[in-house]
Each structure stands twice: as structure tokens, then as C-alpha cells.
Design a protein around this ligand. Structure first.
Ligand code: ATP
Length: 449
């Protein structure tokens, strides 16, 4: 297939427009003017996100015997966040332009450590050297619990889902027979009062994370081995779901940017239209968290008690969804003049709609009847969304499914009435083959394996 030469530099605008038009992602609270940093997923977006989470869970939990899952609560006892260090250290450096009063993250304006952020140029009003000195800005989102005004307790919405795994470390050990090395996996929402939300969903104030906390023995050999192991696993997982290798890289954290809990850390970055950008972190958290929560592990065989070390893989569902969309976006230069064929070449496991069924002509009852009955049957046999469409002409219907990434379209035509076969069109090759109606279920079962 021809390379994606026509996409151009306004790719982000095209993605944002497509997401809104086709129902992947809408601006949050849009009818009231929106709210910065919040997004709503539409009918296709929620399928994409669910598919990502489903694949993650399958590979990180269901297909392993050394990882169990949990689903912790968003609000926890505030002592959790004191012990974890977030109340004190979950901060970003905030600077404000004295001229236009826009606020920025100092580390986003100045890449070079030695340069003073106060001297930077304001991206809003373009003034130089008008910034306030950086001050620490805590990202935890606060809310209040309690029914009596004045007696309410201040609590935090979790800033990372991680802590749920640590506070349940003992519960998991006591209620399962799992032994070190083992992991606790979790997917859920996290909230951060980001100073500069932006780049579409990339930096939001409410987002979803998928994380593994993997507990190991407390020595360097094990630490190095598991850190490398999980780096490898995570990168392979993204590649196996279709992200192009050349758009992915690891980036080691410099000493100054490592989070307060991390011994060492590497990000998986994507070559986004707005630059190389982190969307998963592999962190060696050492014994930071368990020792802050006074938790230890007892080896039943040796009787040895110690504080395990933790290797964490922390990915963003929203950032992954965005990068899967960007990476799969393709404008087909062979579509012909005046035709615009946009294709999302999403991996079939991630595609929001798995199969679409059409009657060749909408006004031929015999065709519509057969198509509807195939549609009904496929809805039962396929794990995911099956669509039916009889609007417009067949070419437009194909293009419409291509644009949302539907891997296969089934068309009932006049030959179908004679020999009980249908055409199955492949999104990426646009080639069609004739398949017997009777064997459609097994044909697709094989495709989605
Ligand atoms: P950044 O440096 O971009 O602020 P981070 O290093 O603070 O990110 P982590 O705390 O390591 O991010 O969080 C793990 C993952 O959670 C990130 O790789 C990302 O996928 C996701 N994530 C973090 N913050 C956000 C956000 N504001 N919006 C969307 N996803 C986020």
C-alpha cells in the first residue's frame, strides 16, 4: 500500500474533526461552552477505549498466572496521599506571565535545565522575561465529604491509580495464594489539576490509567531483570496491536525529572504531531511505597520478612487511544479524483465496529431481508459491534466504514439470492471475496483470533 503522504501537518486538526464528526470524542460539557481538560467519549470512542482495556487486561492479567486484578476506589483516606508523598511532592513548577497572566509549566517552556524559566518567551503574548519565579503547584484534585456544612472533610480524587494496589497489598496476599514475584493490575480513572491541559485528550484533568504494580525481591539483580522484562513486554504489546515501530521509542528519565518515588524510570514515547510524547512509564519504585505504608512480605518457606521492591508499568488509556487513532490514520491517494477515502487502519481487535453488513440496494426487499438476517446472526457470533447500513450508495457506505476503521464489510447482492454467498470486503486491500453465508461465523472467528 502507498505510504501516507497526503496527511500533512494538520493531522491533529483532522483527527479532532473526525473524532467529533463520527462520534469518537466530544469536548466535555460542550453545550455549556465546554470545560478545559475534560472530554467525553462517544459511541465509537467508548468501544475503542473498551477494546484497548480489554486487550490490556487479557495480556496483563488473564493470560498470566503471576498477576491478579483489583478495582480500587477513587477516593481514599487522605492519609494514603500523605504517606505516599503526594501531598508534599506531587507538584509541577508553575510560572505566570506578568503581562497576560497566562500560566504555564516551567519545564514545558524550558527544555534546557540551565536556562531560567523566568527568561522564557510567553507562548501567549510573546513577551520575553516576564515570568514569575517557578513555584510548586500541587496537582491533587480536592473535594469535600460530609453532610454538615463546616464539618466537611477534605479528601482527594486519586492522582494516580497506583496507591490502590499498595493499600490492598496485604488483602491480596491474605485472600489469594499468590507469592512473590507477582503483580496487581488495575484500570481506572485518575484526576490531576494540570496547569496546561492540551493537545486534545493528551493532557486532560480526568483520564484513565492501566497499571501494573509488580512486587519482587529487594535486590538489584531482580530489579534490573524485571525492569527490562516489563519494558520489553509493554513495547511488544503496543507493536502487536499495530503501532508502527518507527513511531515508538524509549526515553530514560533524567535525574531531575524522576518522580519522588522512582529509583529509575523510562517512558515509552510516541512520535506525535506535537513531538515525541510519553504515554507509558516503566518505573522502578524500589521499596518507596510499601515502606511508606509500613507493609512487608514474609517468605513462607524461608521465614524471611522484607519489603519488596516494585516495578510499575503505568500507561494511559486516553493517550493510547489517541496514538492508535493517529498512527492508523491514512488518506488513500488511489481513491480517484474528487473522492476522499480516509481510512483508520486500526487493528481488528481495537476497531470499534468489527463488521458492517449491507444490502447492495436499499429498495430491494429480498436483499434487505437476507442482509438483516445475516446482521442478526453476526451480532450473536461476533464479540463486538456489528453495524447495518442501507443508506446511500454502496461506495459511500464502504468509505464511511473505512473512516471509522471497520475491518470488513459484508454485502448481499443478487448473486447471494441464487447461491447463498456474499462478498466480504477488506478495508486495507479493498479486495472482495465471496464467502458462503453459512460459513461467515467461522470465517470471522478465524479473523478475530
Ligand atoms: P507528564 O510528564 O506528561 O505529565 P507523567 O510522567 O506525570 O506525565 P505518570 O504519572 O507517569 O505521567 O502517569 C502515567 C501515565 O498516565 C502517563 O504515561 C499517561 O499515559 C497517563 N497520564 C498522566 N497524566 C495524564 C494526563 N494529564 N492526561 C492524560 N493521561 C495522563
Amino acid at each position: 500500500m502507498a505510504e501516507n503522504t497526503m496527511v500533512g501537518s494538520n493531522l491533529m486538526e483532522k483527527i479532532v474533526a473526525l473524532c467529533k464528526r463520527r462520534g469518537f470524542i466530544y469536548p466535555g460539557s460542550e453545550i455549556y461552552g465546554g470545560i478545559a481538560g475534560f472530554w467525553d467519549y462517544g459511541p465509537l470512542g467508548v468501544e475503542l477505549k473498551n477494546n484497548i482495556k480489554k486487550q490490556w487486561w487479557k495480556s496483563m492479567v488473564n493470560q498470566r498466572d503471576d498477576v491478579v486484578g483489583i478495582d480500587g476506589s477513587i477516593i481514599m483516606n487522605p492519609k494514603v496521599w500523605q504517606a505516599s508523598g503526594h501531598v508534599e511532592a506531587f507538584t509541577d513548577p508553575l510560572i505566570e506571565c506578568k503581562k497576560c497572566h497566562h500560566r504555564f509549566r516551567a519545564d514545558h517552556l524550558v527544555q534546557n535545565d540551565s536556562a531560567a524559566p523566568e527568561e522564557a518567551i510567553c507562548p501567549n503574548c510573546k513577551e520575553r522575561g516576564q515570568f514569575t519565579k517557578p513555584r510548586k503547584f500541587n496537582l491533587l484534585v480536592k473535594t469535600y465529604l460530609g453532610v454538615v456544612e463546616g464539618e466537611q472533610v477534605e479528601v482527594f480524587l486519586r492522582g494516580e491509580i497506583t496507591q490502590g494496589a499498595f493499600v490492598n497489598f496485604k488483602n491480596v496476599l491474605d485472600s489469594t495464594r499468590i507469592k512473590i514475584p507477582f503483580g496487581i493490575a488495575q484500570i481506572g480513572k485518575a484526576f490531576r489539576n494540570e496547569i496546561t491541559p492540551g493537545n486534545f485528550t493528551y493532557r486532560s484533568k480526568e483520564f484513565e490509567q492501566m497499571e501494573l504494580e509488580f512486587f519482587i525481591k529487594n535486590n538489584d539483580k531482580e530489579g534490573d531483570r524485571w525492569f527490562e522484562y516489563w519494558k520489553d513486554q509493554r513495547m511488544s504489546w503496543y507493536c502487536s496491536l499495530g503501532l508502527k515501530k518507527e513511531n515508538l521509542r524509549f526515553r530514560k528519565h533524567e535525574d531531575h525529572e524522576r518522580a519522588h518515588y522512582a529509583r529509575f524510570a523510562e517512558d515509552i514515547e510516541y512520535n506525535a504531531p506535537f513531538g515525541w510524547s510519553e504515554f507509558e512509564g516503566i518505573h522502578h519504585r524500589g521499596d518507596w511505597d510499601l515502606s511508606r505504608h509500613n507493609l512487608t512480605y514474609k517468605d513462607e518457606e524461608t521465614g524471611e520478612e522484607f519489603t519488596p521492591w516494585v516495578i510499575e508499568t503505568s500507561g494511559g488509556v486516553d493517550r493510547s487511544a489517541l496514538f492508535f487513532l493517529i498512527d492508523s490514520y491514512f488518506e488513500d491517494p488511489t481513491a480517484g479524483s474528487g473522492q476522499e477515502r480516509v481510512v483508520l487502519r486500526l487493528h481488528p481487535k481495537l476497531a470499534p465496529v468489527k463488521v458492517a453488513v449491507f444490502p447492495l440496494l436499499a429498495n430491494k426487499e429480498e436483499l434487505v431481508g437476507v442482509a438483516k438476517s445475516i446482521y442478526k446472526d453476526l451480532k450473536q457470533s461476533i464479540d463486538g459491534v456489528v453495524a447495518f447500513d442501507d443508506r446511500g450508495n454502496i461506495g459511500k457506505r464502504y468509505f464511511s466504514q473505512d473512516e471509522i476503521g471497520t475491518p470488513w464489510c459484508v454485502t448481499v447482492d443478487f448473486q447471494s439470492l441464487e447461491d447463498k454467498t456474499v462478498t466480504v470486503r477488506d478495508r486495507d486491500t479493498t479486495k472482495q471475496e465471496r464467502i458462503e453465508v453459512e460459513s461467515l461465523a467461522s470465517y470471522f472467528a478465524e479473523k478475530f483470533k
